[in-house]
Design a protein around this ligand. Structure first.
Ligand SMILES: C[S@@+](CC[C@H](N)C(=O)[O-])C[C@H]1O[C@@H](n2cnc3c(N)ncnc32)[C@H](O)[C@@H]1O
Length: 331
């Protein structure tokens, strides 16, 4: 049975957040169809109800709620009048507005509350479900179950400041997670990061149930990655080696963040040469249809001859540093 969901995207990079959600739902067999979009919200129709584990994978979406009403009617009062009684089971509830202060939350909450059986308890602080309403060029009412949380907040527990082995160049957990979700991988698939550093990407992939393999030129980084994974109770196969070892590995996708020439070492090799060599290695190591998701500082250095470029996202870090995320598929 089809369902419609309201995705509230994080503010870091709307495009990346939206495509992360679409690609994840495709990978997990939900046949997503994206509909209405406005500001930070997107409606996505799915062929079946979303599993909590799928929602939990999302790194760049704040909340996902199931839509019970969506229409072009702008008068939310009229919409509520036409709503049937809301069946919330035995759950306690709270009613919240998605964009704060657009209209009076209290007034609308009272009207929606009349559609909820008296047996359902109001719990403003810790409700089992939240009824969310949105007013913009559409009126949307949705239900958010309290246990259906995305990883938008929880993945911050993996932030560099909470890891025993710190690296200033490690990718932000939300970005790392979205990169893994663009790689077309499901739990138990193997993700390879041949430039693993302190393991930021491997942590997110392992947290989502994937098998992870990592490599790094420096022994110190191997120790760091292993230590960080262990710290979070996660497992991975990490070894010291050059990226060329990728040819001897089996994996479903490569998700990686090669050196970009500021603080990370290349063992004396020029970045342009390393990246050129890397793409030849990847091309030889990969079968048709498999994906590489790569964070880079200069897309022009990436030779895409044997690959189809599926997406490229710009990711602004600060005035003098913009990075890119490229999603490539082997021809
Ligand atoms: C940008 S960092 C990766 C950061 C990583 N995502 C993290 O969370 O810490 C790039 C890593 O590539 C490693 N490296 C450089 N040249 C390499 C090569 N030829 N083969 C494998 N690793 C290499 C560096 O030692 C460095 O740890």
């Amino acid at each position: 049975m089809t369902s419609e969901y309201l995705f509230e995207l994080g503010g870091e990079n709307k495009e990346l957040a939206k495509i992360e959600a679409e690609e994840l739902l495709k990978t997990e067999g939900y046949n997503p169809e994206t509909g209405f979009e406005e500001g930070q919200i997107v409606i996505i129709k799915t062929s079946q109800k979303l599993a909590l584990n799928t929602i939990r994978r999302l790194g760049m979406t704040k909340r996902v709620s199931r839509i019970i009403h969506s229409s072009e009617e702008k008068d939310i009062g009229k919409v509520i009048e036409q709503l049937p009684t809301l069946d919330l089971g035995k759950n306690s509830f709270a009613i919240r507005q998605i964009r704060r202060n657009v209209i009076s939350e209290r007034k609308i909450a009272i009207k929606i509350g009349r559609k909820i059986p008296i047996e359902n308890e109001i719990a403003l602080d810790n409700p089992d479900v939240k009824i969310l309403f949105y007013t913009g060029s559409r009126t949307i009412i949705s239900i958010l179950e309290e246990n259906s949380t995305t990883a938008y907040k929880s993945c911050l527990e993996h932030h560099v400041r909470y890891r025993p082995y710190f690296s200033p160049i490690s990718i932000h957990p939300r970005i790392a997670r979205s990169m893994v979700n663009l790689a077309n991988c499901s739990p138990n698939d193997t993700v390879l990061d041949p430039f693993c550093g302190t393991g930021g990407i491997l942590i997110e992939a392992a947290d989502m149930g994937m098998k992870v393999k990592g490599m790094d030129l420096l022994e110190k980084m191997v120790v760091n990655s292993k230590g960080n994974l262990e710290h979070f109770g996660l497992e991975g196969k990490i070894k010291k080696g050059d990226v060329k070892e990728s040819k001897n590995q089996s994996f479903e996708a490569i998700v990686t963040d090669p050196p970009y020439g500021i603080a990370s070492s290349t063992g004396g090799e020029k970045i342009s040469e390393l990246l050129q060599r890397t793409m030849t290695i990847f091309s030889e190591a990969m079968e048709k249809g498999k994906r590489i998701v790569m964070a880079i500082s200069n897309p022009e250095l990436i030779q895409t001859t044997n690959f189809k470029k599926i997406y490229q996202f710009e990711w602004y870090i600060h005035k003098s540093l913009t990075r890119y995320i490229m999603v490539l598929e082997k021809n």
